[in-house]
Write a protein that binds this ligand. Structure first.
Ligand code: BEZ
Ligand code: FE
Length: 295
């Protein structure tokens, strides 16, 4: 076939993939080509715009390194990461909702005993965290691993501070027989996602800010259950309604109450995490939103 025009080229490209052995790949690429071509026709993409798009994607790749993943950030800021997360984490009642992993997780965080102070001596408002990990039916999950990580009160993670010699404001804990874990640290602040690259330029051009509301990250793994990746947001933080990566869910917003009795300002978080049992499918047309876990 030849003489392609703006109407018949889409079917020609789709036909060209007919021999692909992997049926799923063929289905995904067929849909991608259809939507991409429809988009180009819809906006009547100009050559200057096509060149600008190629330039942005090229620089997005060039900004990636072993320390930075600008493509994931692009996906995050376009809402694609949270859309993929939503499709892949349809939760039953009693299971905690999920959100993006983000770029600041470190697999090698130290395992510490429950109750440990993970602030590493960094100054800030004290924070006491008490959590319990359960099945959706309320059964406590013992010996679950709980990875936690958060920013400081200037909005920086340890890995963003070259002056810091060790991993701080992050650790791994194990739940006890009642599914409980606890730690102390400092209160994290809201912060901007990395915005000194192509994604930052895009946000600026679109009149968007780069901020995320203050939060603590959790990754919780227990036998027989799906690993939960989530964060808990401070109900008092700005940007809850304009998170740069669209990661906020009502069930993940918690009160971090203040206690000033000791003369030293102190905040706390008490939260129940529900893990989805493996193999528990929730049909897409019968979704239930998990109940708030803030105790
Ligand atoms: C974070 O919360 O650490 C994060 C998530 C997505 C993009 C950037 C940062
Ligand atoms: Fe974060």
């Amino acid at each position: 076939m030849r003489d392609f025009d703006e109407h018949n080229i889409t079917e020609a490209v789709i036909d060209s993939m007919a021999q692909a052995k992997d049926a799923r790949l063929r289905a995904v690429m067929t849909s991608l080509v259809r939507h991409l071509h429809d988009f180009v026709r819809d906006v009547e993409l100009g050559f200057d715009e096509w060149n600008a798009a190629i330039d942005v994607l090229t620089r997005t790749g060039q900004t990636c390194s072993d320390k930075r993943q600008e493509f994931i950030l692009l996906s995050d800021t376009l809402g694609v990461s949270m859309l993929v997360d939503a499709i892949n984490h349809r939760m039953p009642e009693g299971a905690t909702e999920t959100t993006v992993l983000g770029p600041f997780f470190v697999a090698a965080a130290p395992e510490l005993p429950s109750g440990a102070d993970i602030s590493g001596g960094i100054e800030g408002e004290r924070l006491d965290v008490n959590g319990v990990v359960c099945s959706p039916d309320g059964r406590p999950l013992a010996n679950a691993t709980v990875d936690v990580w958060h920013a400081d009160d200037d909005g920086y993670y340890d890995v963003q501070q070259p002056g810091l010699q060790s991993l701080v404001m992050r650790a791994r804990f194990r739940t006890d027989r009642e599914g409980r874990f606890s730690f102390t640290s400092i209160m994290p602040a809201y912060y901007p996602i990395p915005h000194d690259g192509p994604v930052g330029e895009m946000l600026q051009a679109l009149g968007r800010h780069p901020y995320r509301p203050a939060h603590v990250h959790f990754m919780i793994a227990a036998d027989g259950h799906e690993t939960l990746i989530t964060h808990i947001f401070d109900a008092e933080s700005p940007y809850l309604d304009s998170d740069a990566v669209f990661g906020v869910k009502n069930s993940l917003i918690a009160n971090f109450p203040r206690d000033d009795r000791s003369g030293q300002p102190q905040r706390s978080l008490t939260y129940r995490f529900g893990l989805k049992p493996l193999g528990h499918a929730v049909p897409s047309d019968r979704l239930t939103i998990s109940t708030k876990g803030n105790l």
